[in-house]
Every structure is written in C-alpha cells, then in structure tokens.
Design a protein around this ligand. Structure first.
Ligand code: DX5
Ligand code: ZN
Length: 230
C-alpha cells in the first residue's frame, strides 16, 4: 500500500483515563503515527489537563513502539517548563505564538534541549506570527478550534488558512510539518489533507464513541487515501 502523506496523531486528552495505557496501546496497534499530548494550564486556556506526569507515565509505551510523543503546550510562558517536558520524553514541543513574548528565544531553547520545535496559532492569529521564524521550526500547528477542550466543532475557515500556510511553506522551501488540531474526524480529514496538512490530531474521533479505536484510525486514514487515490 502506498505511503500515506499524513501522520495521524491521536490526542490522549479524549482517552479513558481509568485505562489510559490500554487505550494508548489500542491506538498504537491501530496505526497511530504520533501520540498527541495536550497540556493545559488554566491560564492560557480555561481548562487544566495534566502536567509532566502523564508523558512520563506513557513514555515506555511510546518508546517501545517507536511512536513519538508530540507535546502541545497550551500554557503561558512555556519557557518555564521546556526542560521538564523534554526530560519526560517529548520528541517535539509545540508552544503557542500567543503565549510567549519572545517566540524566537523559546524556539531556540527547545532546540537546545535536542527536541523538535513547533509553533501553534490560535484561530484568530495570523500566519504572519510565525512567518519570520519558519526556517527554525519543525512544525506549525493551525488550531482548528479555540484551544482548551476536546470535542469541539471544526472552524470551517481553517481550511483556507491551511491552504495559505501550505503556499507559504512551499514558497519558503520549508519542510515543516503542517499540523491541524481540533474537530478533526473522518468527515474532514481528506479536506484538510488536500489543503496541505501533513499531521492530523484527532481526539474524540479516535477515542470517543462506541467503535474500536483502531477502526476509527483506519476510517480517517481511508478517507485520506481515497482523496489522494492511494
Ligand atoms: C484542544 C486540543 C486538542 C483536542 C482535540 O485544545 O489541543 O488536541 O484534544 O480534540 P478533538 O479532536 O476532540 O477536537
Ligand atoms: Zn492539541
């Protein structure tokens, strides 16, 4: 089977925390390419999720399967916690452009820890917020909902933003991942992939509902495959 042009990153925020390890194993066996870890501080976003203990706890599962931990920091002044999360096994640390005053410095600090650096943009934040540091980043995350909660509706204008970011990355000859996060499901996976996303985060579409996790992941992948005729 031809190589899928996008990586699927299930967000563990939507997993069943009474059996987190089991749910994560199901995702890994079911074809999760990355594991997305949503850290929320109750300040940058209204919700508090968890701290470093969760990536620490799931790291052995991820390492054993060679599945990278993709850590999304929805926290104010993320510089304060970079060392901790890098130490907890994050392969990539994504910070919000809106949460740090000196984004360039934050990105350099992540890279100095030997970790890939990502920058996330809220729905109302223009692509210009990341333009100047594109050569330094490994990933740009386009939030397709307002961050803070799982299970929200995809904001339709996001598709155009993804398209414009894809053009920008192409112009700048950047190989950075283009990640989308929020309200992604089998219904819109093909749309965002065709628009240029290369990494799809999905929480409730993977871990919610009645169907097995593996089936949910396969469904998302199949929609992308069909769109690319592969
Ligand atoms: C939202 C988080 C997302 C969220 C996605 O603030 O960054 O990663 O868990 O969940 P769904 O896929 O349910 O929208
Ligand atoms: Zn996220």
């Amino acid at each position: 089977m031809a190589h899928l042009p996008v990586k699927i990153a299930p967000s563990i925020l939507a997993a069943d925390f009474t059996r987190l390890g089991e749910h994560i194993s199901e995702a890994i066996v079911g074809g999760a390419d990355w594991l997305h870890v949503d850290v929320m501080d109750g300040r940058f976003v209204p919700n508090i999720s968890f701290g470093v203990m969760i990536p620490q706890a799931i790291r052995p599962l991820a390492d054993a399967a060679n599945v990278p931990l993709d850590v999304h920091l929805m926290i104010e002044e993320p510089d304060r916690y970079l060392t901790q999360f890098a130490g907890a096994g994050a392969a990539r640390l994504t910070v919000h452009a809106e949460a740090t005053r000196h984004l360039h410095r934050t990105v350099q600090a992540i890279k100095e820890l030997g970790v890939k650096a990502g920058v996330a943009l809220n729905p109302a934040t223009s692509l210009t917020a990341v333009e100047e540091i594109l050569p330094d980043v490994d990933l740009v995350l386009v939030m397709t909902v307002n961050p803070g909660f799982g299970g929200q509706q995809y904001i339709p204008q996001s598709t155009d933003k993804v398209r414009r970011l894809r053009q920008l990355l192409t112009q700048r000859r950047s190989n950075a991942w283009l990640q989308v996060d929020g309200g992604i499901s089998a219904k819109n996976a093909a749309e965002v992939a065709v628009a240029g996303a290369t990494s799809l985060v999905a929480g409730s579409a993977v871990f919610g509902g009645e169907k097995p996790v593996a089936e949910n992941i396969a469904e998302i992948k199949n929609h992308v495959r069909t769109a690319f005729s592969i």
